[in-house]
Design a binder for this molecule. Structure first.
Ligand code: PMP
Length: 411
């Protein structure tokens, strides 16, 4: 298996004309050697690399794929809009339809604004919080990812201290540390920014504690600051009403993107009435932000999530994968730490600080046609069938055997 000649050739060509060949989180040099970098096709829960090798995919384009790549109804809706022209000098009626649908669907939203990427949406939320409150400090959980522009980028290269001057850090799920940050912000507190659950790279994931969310809500009610939910990664995968609906905690502002349009480029900010004026005052736009094909894709995606058992099915497949991996890994003598929602699993090996075992396992799984990630949370979608999960578990079984025979042993 695994012919990589085309991949290597593309990377070499790209490196001449693109710094490093590829950039950001999808650059495979940042993970284990052996990952294909270039892809040629995606369908359902499968991807094909540039050499035509086929994988059962557990990254889902890092989140956008929620119903299955190239879901026929979503593609038809988007392509019908494209036939009429995707962009013009302003929005089409699809924007109004989508905004109405989001306000009806999300448990916390009275209005929406649209963008393209998750970073656009988190940045717009922060800007609205500051505009509405007239204050500057944004409280951010240590280690959380909110995007790739200077105010929030995980890298400080090319970033000035001033870009980060008004961020105050606290620890997720730690009310005392949140209180200390609130204290430090004083009367300059504009907002508290939280991901749907704690999903930091390379670490065990943690669901939000109900008492912590309630505390954050109470702080914002008391101070007038905005409670901002960054639901970019989890939104429309765990719960179509927004990821905190099950906790009964309503954010003032929330950022969505990734799976909102099943892979078509779209982001949205959804907010409560209290922040409507602030949202109306800021200047926010982008050349492609009114593109209606992605909006049509979102309308169809959200309707399907609403009317079908897609999310319940995805959760069932996540449970099947988690249970299967636990059984198989134990049989081979390894202990896995499987954390977070089963639809967005983080799978880490116990006592594997340098990811020696995790990397070897994922590369062995790749050779068996299973695309996993050694340190980022993975994603399941509605197109994963029980048969796909069982095939993936067979592949994982073989991958465990491969690394044991290569002398990589459980600690
Ligand atoms: N917030 C969270 C929680 C994310 O996971 C991401 C993307 N990984 C972003 C923001 C930024 O989204 P984008 O890459 O689309 O700008």
């Amino acid at each position: 298996r695994l012919l990589n000649s085309r991949d290597a050739e593309l990377l070499e060509r790209a490196q001449r004309v693109v710094p490093n060949g590829v950039w950001g989180h999808m650059a495979t040099r940042a993970i284990a050697p052996g990952y294909p970098q270039f892809f040629s096709r995606s369908q359902g829960c499968r991807v094909w690399d540039a050499d035509g090798n086929e994988y059962i995919d557990f990254m889902c384009a890092w989140g956008p794929n929620v119903l299955g790549y190239r879901h026929p109804e979503v593609e038809a809706a988007a392509l019908a809009r494209i036939d009429q022209g995707d962009i013009g000098n302003g929005p089409t009626d699809t924007m109004v339809e989508l905004a109405e649908l989001l306000v009806d669907t999300l448990d916390h939203a009275d209005w929406t604004l649209f963008q393209k990427n998750g970073t656009d949406a988190t940045t717009v939320c922060v800007t609205i919080a500051r505009a509405a409150t007239g204050r500057r400090k944004i409280l951010v959980a240590r280690g959380a990812y909110h995007g790739a522009v200077p105010w929030c980028s995980p890298s400080l290269v090319g970033v000035t201290t001033e870009d980060r001057a008004h961020l105050v850090l606290f620890d997720y799920n730690d009310s005392a540390s949140l209180d200390a940050a609130v204290e430090a912000a004083g009367d300059d507190l504009a907002g508290i920014l939280l991901t749907a659950f704690q999903h930091d790279v390379g670490k065990d994931q943690h669901l939000p504690e109900a008492a912590f969310l309630a505390h954050a809500r109470a702080v914002c009610d008391r101070t007038g600051a905005a409670l901002i939910l960054d639901d970019v990664r989890a939104g429309f995968r765990l719960d179509v009403r927004g990821s905190w609906a099950r906790y009964g905690v309503k954010p003032d502002l929330a950022a969505y993107s990734k799976s909102i349009a099943n892979g078509w480029p779209l982001a949205a900010v959804a907010g409560a009435d209290r922040f409507r004026d602030g949202a109306g005052k800021i200047f926010t736009t982008g050349s492609f932000w009114y593109g209606s094909a992605a909006m049509a894709a979102a309308v169809t995606t959200i309707r399907i999530l609403h009317d079908s058992d897609a999310l319940a099915h995805t959760e069932a497949m996540g449970n099947r994968l988690r249970d299967g991996l636990a059984t198989i890994s134990a049989r081979h003598g390894f202990t896995l730490r499987q954390t977070g929602p089963v639809q967005m699993p983080m799978v880490l090996f116990d006592a594997d600080q340098d990811l020696r075992i995790g990397n070897a396992f994922c590369v062995a799984a790749l050779r068996r046609g299973i695309y996993l990630h050694p340190k980022h949370n993975m994603f399941l979608c509605a197109a994963h069938t029980a048969e796909d999960i069982d095939r993936a578990l067979d592949g994982a079984d073989g991958a465990f055997a491969d690394i044991v025979s290569a002398g990589i042993l459980a600690a």
